[in-house]
Design a protein around this ligand. Structure first.
Ligand code: MF3
Ligand code: CO
Length: 249
């Protein structure tokens, strides 16, 4: 069942999203050579708690941290560790969210550590832009497939591939709600989009093939071919006047 949110609910959810976005921005600006992924996780966690919110990934299906931090060929769900030191040239995907007064926010972005290659820059730019293409397609009266089709078309036109095994999602009083929001698909297909729908759109884009595998830790998702991967995510709400990004700091 897809839950349409009322104005009162959206007001609370906007605060959860603001906190999520500010935490992501803080952690992202701390990315530099020598920092550990555990340190970035702590920065985000401290901020979220200071706002009277809770890190909503922590303990979700047993996940042990506030953020997922995934480097280079890691796609998503990298577990922060004191042993994982970020190096110049790495691309660092940070995914995190906050729950405030029962409502969830969720967002992600890929950050560059120091100087990165031109090809890595292009992958990051394409992934960010593909998210905005997907958001622009999330309009009342359209169809769910319009979102994935917009992301996929943009990404593939630039020579990259869209991860199939993980998708975006509805979000609200739960971190993951119906519907699933694939980053690939066919325009005009799927459920009708309506005002009050709150969605987390989150393209995961690989430089090579879209196939992924899970590491023995049971969480970290890697590209099967070892190619670089980037990830951007916003929580949005569909309004009568178009899509609105809720995860803005
Ligand atoms: N980052 C995922 C999402 O955006 C959720 C993380 S799963 C968790 O939907 F277990 F790590 F929390
Ligand atoms: Co999400």
């Amino acid at each position: 069942m897809i839950v349409l949110k009322t104005g009162r609910e959206l007001k609370v959810m906007r605060e959860a999203c603001r906190i999520s976005a500010a935490a992501l921005k803080l952690a992202g600006s701390a990315v530099e050579p020598g920092v550990t992924t555990a340190e970035l996780d702590k920065i985000a966690e401290k901020y979220i708690l200071s706002q009277g919110a809770k890190p909503n990934f922590k303990n979700y299906n047993g996940y042990p941290a506030t953020a997922c931090i995934s480097i280079n060929n890691e796609v998503i769900h990298g577990i922060p560790s004191k042993k994982r030191v970020i190096q110049a040239g790495d691309i660092v995907s940070i995914d995190l969210g906050a729950c405030f007064e029962g409502y969830h926010g969720d967002n992600a972005a890929t950050f560059a550590c120091g100087d990165i290659s031109e090809e890595a820059k292009r992958l990051i730019d394409t992934t960010r832009e593909s998210l905005y293409e997907g958001i622009a397609a999330a309009v009342s009266g359209g169809r769910l497939g319009d979102i994935g089709a917009a992301v996929q078309q943009y990404v593939e036109s630039r020579g990259y591939s869209v991860v199939r095994q993980f998708v975006g999602h509805g979000i609200g009083t739960k971190l993951h709600e119906a519907p699933e929001v694939p980053n690939f698909g066919t325009q005009g297909r799927g459920i009708r989009l309506m005002p009050g729908m709150t969605l987390a759109i989150e393209p995961m884009i690989n430089m090579g093939h879209y196939d992924v595998k899970v590491m023995p830790d049971g969480w970290t998702v890697l590209t099967k071919d070892g190619s670089l991967s980037a990830h951007f995510e916003h929580t949005i709400v569909i309004t009568p006047d178009g899509p609105q990004i809720m995860t803005k700091p």
